[in-house]
Design a protein around this ligand. Sequence first.
Ligand SMILES: Nc1ncnc2c1ncn2[C@@H]1O[C@H](COP(=O)(O)OP(=O)(O)O)[C@@H](O)[C@H]1O
Ligand SMILES: [Mg+2]
Length: 307
Amino acid sequence: MTKNAHPLSPSSTPPPDASPRPVETGSVIPMRSARPKVAPNVVAITSGKGGVGKTNVAANLALAYAEHGARVLCIDADLGLANMDIVMGVAPTYTAAELVRGEVAVEDVLLAVHDGVWLLPGASGQYDLANLSDVARRNLFSAVDSLDDRFDVIVVDTGAGVGTNAVGFASAAKDIVVVVTPEPTSVADAYGMIKVLVTRCAVRRVKVITSMVASTAEGDQVFRRLASLVTRFLDASLDHLGSLPRDPALSRSVMRGDPILRAYPDAPYSRAMRAIASRLVQQDDVDDRAGAIRLFWRKLLRQGGRP
Ligand SMILES: Nc1ncnc2c1ncn2[C@@H]1O[C@H](COP(=O)(O)OP(=O)(O)O)[C@@H](O)[C@H]1O
Ligand SMILES: [Mg+2]
C-alpha cells in the first residue's frame, strides 16, 4: 500500500469540527475495518520529570490524530498517577486493573471519549505491570491484541521518570515522544530518561516536544540544549516535533474536563498541537510498522514493563 493511500495521509484530512458536542461514553468499540490491514502506530508520550504536561499532550494529540480521520486508542499507562480520564472528562466504571485481573472484557473497559478517540483508563497505584501473573499478562496481551485492527494509532501516556514502568512502555513503542519544559531540571531529567532509553533499551531515535515555552524561539533553544547533550554523549538522534506555548487556556480546559483542542480549538496551544500532529502524521512510515502492536506488547511483556 502506498503512503498516500494511507488513511492518516494529510491529503485525506477532513476539516476539523470544533463545534461543541456532548461527551459520549459507552462500551462501543470501533468496527473491524474494511480498510486494508495496517498495524496501528504506537506513540508513547514520556518525560524525565512529572508535571511537564504529558497527559495533556497525550489526550490532545489523540484528538488531533482523530481530526485526521484516524481511529485512536489512548492507553493510560501512568501507573503512578493515572489521570487521563480527568483530562478527557470521563468517569470510568472499570479500568485496566479489572482487565488484567480478568474480571471484565476489554469492551467493558474502553470508553468512547470523543469522535474517533477511545480510552483504556488506568488505575492509580492499583496494579503493577512489572509483577503481573502469567494469567494477568495473557489477559492484557490478548485483550489489546484483539483490538489491533480496530485502531490506526495507539497513544500511550507512560508517566515520568527513569526506573519506572515508563521506560518499558516508551521503549516498546515505535514513536517515542519526550516532553520537556525550559526548566533546567526538566532538561536534565529528559536527558536522563533518553540516556536510559538509549543505553538500556537500544533506542536510536527520540522525538521531542518542548512545552510551556514563552515563544517558539525559546522552544528551539531548549531543544538545542537537550540535543547538544544527546549528540555529545549518546548514540541517538533527536527530532524536534515543535513547541507548545504556556497557555492559560490549558488549565481552564482541565478544570472543565474538556481537552483544550475541543474546549478552545483556536487557543495557541491547540494550534501548536495540530501542527505537531500533522508533522507526526507526515513522518509516519506505514512500511515501518508491520506488526508494530504485536511487537510493542511482546517487548513490553517480555521485559515485564521494566527497562
Ligand atoms: N502548555 C501549558 N501551558 C500552561 N499550563 C500547562 C501547560 N502544560 C501543562 N500545564 C499545566 O500543568 C498541569 C499538569 O499537566 P499534565 O498534563 O497533567 O502533566 P504530566 O502528565 O506531565 O504530569 C496541567 O494541569 C496544567 O495546569
Ligand atoms: Mg500525567
